[in-house]
Design a protein around this ligand. Structure first.
Ligand SMILES: NC(=O)c1ccc[n+]([C@@H]2O[C@H](COP(=O)([O-])OP(=O)(O)OC[C@H]3O[C@@H](n4cnc5c(N)ncnc54)[C@H](O)[C@@H]3O)[C@@H](O)[C@H]2O)c1
Length: 250
């Protein structure tokens, strides 16, 4: 028996990067996945690959910054599968900028694409997650925990996600819903680009990581999310797990 047999999981940002690694790890454990993304081309390619393993998986096109898409994502999932067991709030956009140059638009971007969708998708999905005694996995970042320079908006939005996750863990723990947070470091397209364009900064970062390598989106991050999405973590809630090779200590 695989770990996510008969489970239905929504994964935002599932078309590429960490979200896609999670989707691949999930279908290999038997889950039917709903990947949500605004990148149609990547989404269609990703779902074709996932359907080779789990034919029932679907792609929903949505720009999460448009909040009217949130109830649709939940209703489409329930209409298709009749249940929601796992919600992974992974999608996020942001800009790296010095604090004094950060505009209102820069500040709003990670909140509109990350924090607010995390908030509303949890609200809409919770009736179903209660029924399933399900799992929510939200995404934060070591940049928020350490206060990485030039990441004011991103760090603020990510720490807001951690605070929110603890509150929902407290409110919905009595119903058996688990809410945990992962802070990854992984070879997503963004990190690969950064490594190519700023090799010195990348080498410096890597030298501070005890395990001396960048995580793999599926094998390292996806597998950790499988743990938080499965029965193996049924007595864990409100926690943050650093899945970053030991780079950032809580
Ligand atoms: N990769 C890392 O090392 C790292 C480090 C710390 C935190 N994180 C966090 O992990 C998560 C995944 O990171 P990643 O590196 O894979 O990111 P990424 O930017 O490579 O991929 C994000 C995915 O989300 C989608 N997306 C972005 N904005 C969207 C929107 N408004 N609507 C719908 N889809 C949208 C993108 O199309 C893409 O498929 C993010 O929350 C990120 O902040 C990643």
């Amino acid at each position: 028996m695989t770990k996510l047999e008969n489970k239905v999981a929504i994964i935002t940002g599932g078309a590429s990067g960490v979200g896609n690694g999670i989707a691949k790890a999930f279908v290999k454990e038997g889950a039917r996945v709903v990947i949500v993304d605004y990148n149609d081309e990547a989404g269609k390619q990703a779902i074709e690959e996932l359907q080779l393993i789990q034919p029932d998986s679907i792609f929903i096109h949505a720009d999460l910054a448009d909040f009217s898409t949130h109830p649709h994502i939940i209703s489409k999932t329930v209409d298709t599968f009749g249940q929601i067991d796992i919600l992974v709030n992974n999608a996020q956009s942001s800009r790296v900028k010095p604090f004094q140059e950060t505009t209102q638009e820069d500040l709003e971007l990670p909140f509109k694409t990350g924090f607010f969708p995390t908030f509303y998708l949890m609200q809409y999905a919770l009736p179903y997650l209660k029924e399933a005694k399900g799992h929510i996995i939200n995404f934060a970042s070591g940049a928020g925990i350490t206060g990485e320079a030039n990441q004011a908006a991103y760090a603020a939005a990510k720490e807001a996600v951690r605070g929110l996750s603890r509150v929902v863990a407290n409110e919905f723990g009595p119903y058996g819903v688990k809410v945990n947070v992962i802070c990854p470091f992984a070879n997503s397209p963004g990190v690969k680009q950064w490594a190519e364009h700023m090799p010195d900064a990348f080498a410096e970062t890597l030298s501070k990581i005890p395990l001396r390598r960048v995580g793999d989106v599926e094998e390292d991050i996806g597998r950790a999310v499988v743990f938080f999405a499965s029965q193996d973590s049924d007595y864990i809630t409100g926690q943050t797990l650093m899945v970053d090779g030991g780079g950032c200590r809580l």
